[in-house]
Design a protein around this ligand. Structure first.
Ligand code: SF4
Ligand code: SF4
Length: 160
């Protein structure tokens, strides 16, 4: 399914366990993600470096066949899955996709300004039901911001 980000304004979301979000997605990994999954995978190589994102990403068999950890519609590493997978179908950007997207503007607990979107291609998103933002969303977004920034710093610094 093709990503379709729209501004987050409290749309309710309930996962239908369809597994569609594990196809056609690039999954950036923080160093913590890799250590966590690496322990589970007994050091099997499951990453490749992405020059655009400047982080490792999960290797793929083929683009539309999905993530190497996808087993039918289930994530084989569910308990250890990358932070960015935990965030889905929400997405955090540092610039708005459109000048009109002020509704998506939020502030992380550390004061960083972000824009929150939701991927409307996810069948679990209910556009009619609007509710308060889940309490875990901004803390998770902040953790992702920090972990990926540290990961980029590490790879830039070591030239890996
Ligand atoms: S696409 Fe949405 S509903 Fe389907 S598994 Fe992913 S998060 Fe759940
Ligand atoms: S790690 Fe799991 S949740 Fe994330 S894309 Fe792969 S199969 Fe899906």
């Amino acid at each position: 399914m093709k990503e379709n980000l729209i501004p987050y304004r409290g749309q309710r979301y309930t996962c239908r366990m369809c597994g569609e979000c594990c196809h056609c997605r690039t999954v950036p990994l923080s160093r913590d993600d890799m250590q966590r999954i690496g322990r589970l995978q007994e050091d099997a190589d499951f990453t490749e470096y992405n020059l655009v994102l400047r982080t490792p990403v999960i290797s793929r068999r083929e683009w539309d066949l999905g993530c190497i950890f996808l087993d039918d519609r289930r994530c084989r590493i569910h308990q250890y899955k990358p932070l960015i997978c935990r965030l889905f179908p929400y997405a955090m950007l540092f610039k708005p996709l459109d000048d009109e997207d002020e509704v998506a503007k939020h502030t992380l607990p550390d004061g960083t300004g972000i824009y929150l979107y939701i991927d409307s291609s996810c069948p679990g998103v209910d556009h009619e039901q609007i509710e308060d933002m889940p309490g875990w969303l901004l803390p998770l977004a902040q953790r992702i911001r920090i972990e990926l920034a540290l990961t980029r710093f590490y790879y830039d610094d070591t030239g890996k």
